[in-house]
Design a binder for this molecule. Structure first.
Ligand SMILES: O=P(O)(O)OC[C@H]1O[C@@H](O)[C@@H](O)[C@@H](O)[C@@H]1O
Length: 405
């Protein structure tokens, strides 16, 4: 058997073609599924699902008062919405919010709890099993996913509210469409304060970033393309300075794997500072940088020298100017800032390159959007630069076929 004997016919080039992503025709040819377009719909998704969710009566959710715990059940992008919820709910949230990424629900879930079952396709066995288990155990259930799906049927059987999220190209381009109803369900439970203005501003931010990352803008003025080229050929190390930025870091690792098929290390800078920061000193860090020929053309001769590249997702925080969240937060934003400055300094001293994505915006949700949008585009441009179709991930399909048989 040849090593590349997958039924999907793996293609692409080992080295990124920097010129390709500035050639509109090549970009269109390499992106037949229109992943760029799907990603540019993020702002529209927020507006559309906020309107759809507003039509669903969620009062029954809040009727029985505050739950003991909230479980967000699903896999992949659907599960990321649980991470978004627990971060937006913040450290002051009176009930635990748990992302559950396997089939069914945790053993302790019962009548006092709420289960939010999320699946973009409305078909994932994990979300279906969770919705089913919630119904059987008498937990309050709300289901979120494609209309007329199995998930909708399970929710209806359990007499639980179902929030329809129009089917899109694939689950990972539906992050925002899935996130909004999850937040609205939590708002109905009294766990988060998200105002309509927050949704509107988040949508506007996502639109602006999509505009800045559009394919017709060349790489030197396009932050999505610039970040993609920064990462080309390297092992990305994605560190978030705050809990919110850490969610963005994990999301970036998801999209780098799926769209660009790049490995990445992702996590919280707090945790990394006590452990993984050691990567800066290693074979792919300082030891590799020391050997680099600084006079070599960046495009040539240097390709085998794989090195890490740190992407620092910096979130200066909303907390200082927001009394509501200032008390009882994990730690002051200034500590997080110091930590981010420190890692930038350590990297610089070792010659390790760093890219920075800085959060902007007046709400947690908008700040998250500002740390997700450009990296989402970067992952797609990086895939395209390697001649990969960012939309189709043959290995996922093959994996499903092998495990379903
Ligand atoms: O959100 P649903 O449709 O349940 O999909 C959940 C996950 O399924 C996997 O097979 C992939 O396609 C992921 O990208 C996706 O996030």
């Amino acid at each position: 058997m040849r090593p590349l004997d997958g039924s999907a016919g793996v293609r692409g080039t080992r080295n990124a073609d920097h010129a390709l992503i500035d050639d509109l025709q090549s970009v269109e040819a390499a992106d037949p599924g229109q992943m760029l377009r799907a990603t540019a719909s993020a702002g529209a998704q927020v507006r559309e699902t906020a309107a759809l969710a507003a039509e669903v009566d969620l009062t029954s959710l809040g009727d029985e008062g505050r739950p003991r715990a909230v479980v967000v059940a699903g896999v992949g992008t659907a599960a990321r919405t649980g991470d978004v919820l627990s971060t937006v709910a913040g450290p002051r949230c009176p009930v635990p919010v748990i992302s559950h990424r396997s089939s069914g629900v945790p053993g302790w879930v019962g009548a006092a709890d709420v289960v939010i079952a999320v699946s973009a396709s409305g078909r994932s066995p994990e979300a279906l099993a969770a919705a089913d288990a919630a119904g059987r155990r008498g937990a309050r259930l709300v289901a979120i996913g494609a209309p007329d799906s199995e998930l909708q049927s399970v929710a209806e059987r359990a007499r639980a509210p179902f929030i329809p999220v129009p089917r899109r190209f694939n689950a990972r381009t539906s992050l925002w469409a899935l996130t909004v109803p999850v937040l609205l369900a939590a708002r109905a439970l009294g766990l988060v304060k998200v105002a309509e203005a927050d949704f509107a501003e988040t949508a506007a931010r996502l639109d602006t970033d999509a505009e800045r990352c559009r394919p017709t803008l060349e790489s030197f003025v396009n932050p999505g393309k610039t970040l993609a080229l920064d990462l080309a050929g390297s092992i990305p190390i994605l560190w978030g300075s705050s809990p919110l930025a850490t969610v963005a870091a994990h999301r970036f690792a998801d999209t780098l794997a799926a769209n660009a098929r790049y490995p990445a290390v992702a996590g919280a800078l707090l945790e990394a500072g006590r452990g993984r920061v050691g990567l800066l000193d290693g074979a792919y860090g300082a030891l590799s940088e020391n050997e680099r020929d600084i006079f070599a053309d960046p495009g040539e001769g240097d390709q085998d020298n794989t090195r890490i590249r740190v992407v620092l997702l910096r979130d200066g925080g909303l907390r200082d100017d927001n009394e509501d969240t200032a008390e009882e937060s994990d730690e002051p934003a200034s500590v997080e800032e110091r930590r981010a400055d420190a890692v930038q300094r350590l990297a610089e001293q070792r010659g390790v390159r760093v890219s920075v994505v800085e959060a902007e915006g007046g709400s947690q949700l908008e700040r998250l959007a500002s740390m997700v949008a450009v990296p989402d585009f970067a992952s797609i441009y990086l895939g395209l630069a390697h001649g990969l179709d960012p939309m189709a991930v043959p290995a996922i399909q093959e994996m499903k076929e092998l495990t379903n048989s």
